[in-house]
Design a binder for this molecule. Structure first.
Ligand SMILES: *[C@@H]1O[C@H](CO)[C@@H](O)[C@H](O)[C@H]1NC(C)=O
Ligand SMILES: *[C@@H]1O[C@H](CO)[C@@H](O)[C@H](O)[C@H]1NC(C)=O
Ligand SMILES: *[C@@H]1O[C@H](CO)[C@@H](O)[C@H](O)[C@H]1NC(C)=O
Ligand SMILES: *[C@@H]1O[C@H](CO)[C@@H](O)[C@H](O)[C@H]1NC(C)=O
Ligand SMILES: *[C@@H]1O[C@H](CO)[C@@H](O)[C@H](O)[C@H]1NC(C)=O
Ligand SMILES: *[C@@H]1O[C@H](CO)[C@@H](O)[C@H](O)[C@H]1NC(C)=O
Ligand SMILES: *[C@@H]1O[C@H](CO)[C@@H](O)[C@H](O)[C@H]1NC(C)=O
Length: 626
């Protein structure tokens, strides 16, 4: 079973190792960095930067195997972990003990190193429940950044949740995961920045650079999140040329983004024949994009303010007017970053730099992010209840209960019906359809933490034990189908509290005892209840008659009655025995005094003769006379 406990433990140990040695000082704390080599049995160091990748071998989900790197950008690791569909369509790495903060998360895809494998899986990737990327067909044939997905995410709950969702085109295969902390204000684009928006990197170009580089290759500040910079040497048709400088650049590696200085030491500059610089790319429509443009005046022919001024428009809309790098950056060889948000409805994005003073435009770097609205998650109590159900009933892997139950909305857990709750701004579970899934075990009473359930169908499984009485606390429950299981014991009285209950199927179990009177009464209100095929149930029309039904009061009454009767009988017996004794004694006396007792008159007369005789006679008179 894909339990992530081990990885979580591993992550927490790691966290301790990283931070227990930290001593507070005036210099900046190191960012949290975790790199995982998927499927590795041992920690790995990769050249040339000696980067450490932790093994994930304790993680039990998926299958570790040898992999091939789809791109030379992928770190030089030899193993991958892949997730066959038989393990379920949803598989996740939940990496625990990641300190709350802002992170650059990067996932490198891999390929199974076996010729008989369908070597290019297409699947969806979600981060924190939000679908951020769908691998496009042909991704593994491009030797570029399609071999990974990268996004800026705020992690609030200490867990980084990365999930891979099968789409029926091969098994997701992951080579490496990087969790790189950045500043909370990194890429602050204005209102809306924060937990509500995930920035997925679409493109990140270093203009005029000869080679693609990661931050480490630039010896960039660790707080930069080890960004990958693709090289862009031309915008096409010799409309531009590259330019570079060895001069140092001021204001480059500054808070909050810590861009590498080298980024500003190369640039693209337009030519005399084509004064505009135009960058165009294909893009997913109907999304908002955050665009970051980088400049530094590194052209030695420009020495002061007003010598180079240009307008920047995106998809034809003027977004920055009269950009004068020297003026805005304060000097030549000084970095300038501009950012803007654009709504793109079409399939292309065009950035145009149009000079208004001087003949050439210049640009050092371009970053384009897809602004993905972060999904709201499922109410935590309900997630926990489903997880407890998952383990108690031995849910089959193919149901894929990993990650968040309701999001991404494209990949909810199968068998759980979700609804968005506007008051809590969370997803809730309003139905459970787990009929005929081969479930076994006992139904945990935690199921009542799913307080918004309207319908439960667990029909046709092998669930045993008692029906949890907590089911009676789910206020909106309308349908409860537990038919054809092995439930035993009696029907909990609490089910009588379910005033919305319309359908109750308990047929085909081993229930016994009396059907709660409240349920019997509700039958009159058009509810459809089925109690048949339970050996021991009784008490409503259609079932056998129950034995005498005695309340506790009645039982006490009967007990008292029995005691009283016993006392009465004992008293009577005592009386009878005493009388009998007296009769016998009287008879003995009569026999002894026989000469005087032949006749009543004699006897009476004799009584008066002695005191003793008189007393005896008085005692015996009633019986003698009766
Ligand atoms: C992976 O490759 C190593 C050698 O590099 C080999 O010993 C091992 O058996 C391979 N593992 C699998 C699962 O193919
Ligand atoms: C990748 O690493 C292996 C050893 O693990 C090494 O032999 C190989 O040369 C490396 N490849 C690259 C491109 O660095
Ligand atoms: C990005 O642009 C927004 C809005 O124009 C601005 O508020 C923000 O300060 C800019 N961010 C940076 C890091 O320059
Ligand atoms: C784009 O941003 C606007 C607000 O500027 C917002 O109303 C809209 O929903 C966003 N679109 C997407 C696809 O995120
Ligand atoms: C529960 O599932 C079973 C099997 O699929 C189905 O026959 C039954 O009608 C369902 N119960 C309800 C109340 O819908
Ligand atoms: C009820 O079912 C449970 C679980 O199947 C079993 O352990 C228990 O013995 C059963 N009780 C009775 C009275 O049959
Ligand atoms: C109740 O369940 C039994 C099988 O256990 C079935 O034969 C019967 O038709 C059901 N009754 C109703 C009213 O659905």
């Amino acid at each position: 079973m894909p339990s992530l406990r081990d990885l979580i433990l591993f992550a927490s140990c790691l966290f301790f190792l990283l931070f227990s040695s930290f001593k507070p000082s005036f210099s900046r704390v190191a960012p949290f960095v975790m790199r995982i080599s998927c499927g590795a049995r041992n920690d790995v160091h990769t050249a040339p930067t000696n980067t450490l990748w932790y093994k994930d071998f304790a993680y039990t989900g998926g299958i570790p195997t040898n992999g091939t790197r789809p791109s030379y950008l992928t770190p030089n690791l030899s193993t991958i972990r892949y997730f066959p569909l038989s393990d379920g369509p949803e598989n996740c790495y939940n990496i625990n003990r990641v300190p709350q903060g802002h992170y650059n998360l990067r996932i490198f895809f891999g390929l199974v190193a076996e010729s008989n494998f369908n070597n290019e899986p297409l699947f969806d990737v979600s981060i924190e429940g939000t679908l951020v990327y769908s691998l496009p067909s042909g991704w593994s044939n491009h030797d570029d950044e399609q071999a990974f997905v990268e996004a800026l995410v705020f992690l609030e709950d200490g867990v980084a949740s990365l999930c891979f969702h099968s789409t029926g085109h091969g098994d997701p295969a992951i080579m490496a995961i990087e969790i790189l902390q950045v500043d909370n204000r990194a890429y602050y684009f204005g209102p809306g920045h924060g937990q509500g928006t995930i920035l997925r990197t679409v493109k990140r170009y270093s203009c005029g650079a000869e080679n693609q580089k990661f931050g480490v290759d630039y010896s960039a500040d660790r707080w930069g999140g080890d960004r990958f910079w693709d090289s862009l040497t031309s915008l096409g048709q010799s409309s531009d040329s590259t330019i570079s400088t060895a001069s140092s650049i001021k204001l480059a590696s500054v808070w909050p983004n810590f861009y590498p200085e080298a980024l500003y030491q190369t640039a693209l500059i337009s030519t005399d024949s084509q004064p505009d610089l135009v960058y165009t790319m294909d893009i997913d429509p109907n999304s908002n994009y955050s665009i970051w443009l980088h400049f530094a005046e590194i052209d030695p022919s420009v020495k002061g303010v007003g010598e180079r001024v240009f307008d920047i428009s995106i998809n034809g809309d003027l977004v920055f007017r009269d950009v004068d790098i020297v003026k805005l950056a304060g000097n030549v060889n000084s970095a300038l970053v501009l950012n803007t948000t654009v709504v793109v409805s079409g399939r292309s994005l065009t950035i145009t730099l149009h000079p208004t003073k001087g003949n050439h435009a210049i640009i050092c770097a371009i970053e384009i992010f897809d602004m993905v609205p972060a999904e709201s998650k499922t109410l935590l109590d309900e997630v926990r209840a489903l997880q407890s159900l998952k383990s108690a009933l031995g849910l089959p892997l193919r149901l894929g209960w990993n990650g968040d139950p309701c999001v991404p909305q494209q990949h909810p857990w199968s068998g759980a019906d979700c609804q968005f709750d506007r008051t809590s701004n969370r997803w809730i579970i309003d139905g459970l359809d787990l009929d005929n899934q081969g479930l076994r075990g006992l139904l945990p009473s935690d199921i009542s933490k799913l307080q918004h359930l309207q319908s439960i169908n667990l029909s046709g499984n092998s669930i045993g034990g008692l029906i949890p009485s907590s089911l009676g606390t789910i206020p909106s429950l309308e349908v409860l189908d537990l038919s054809y299981n092995f439930f035993n014991g009696s029907i909990p009285e609490s089910l009588g509290q379910l005033t919305s209950l319309q359908i109750l199927n308990l047929n085909g179990n081993s229930l016994s005892g009396r059907v709660p009177a409240a349920l019997g009464g509700r039958l009159l209100h058009r509810a459809s209840f089925n109690f048949t095929d339970n050996a021991g149930l009784c008490g409503i029309p259609g079932l056998r008659k129950c034995g005498p039904h005695l309340s506790a009061g009645a039982k006490i009454g009967i007990g008292l009655g029995v005691c009283m009767s016993f006392l009465l009988i004992a008293t009577c017996l005592t009386c009878w025995w005493k009388r009998r004794q007296n009769i016998l004694r009287a008879q003995r006396i009569a026999a002894r005094d026989a000469p005087y007792a032949k006749a009543r008159t004699h006897f009476n007369r004799d009584v008066q003769m002695t005191l003793q005789h008189a007393r005896t006679a008085a005692e015996n008179r009633p019986s003698l006379l009766s």
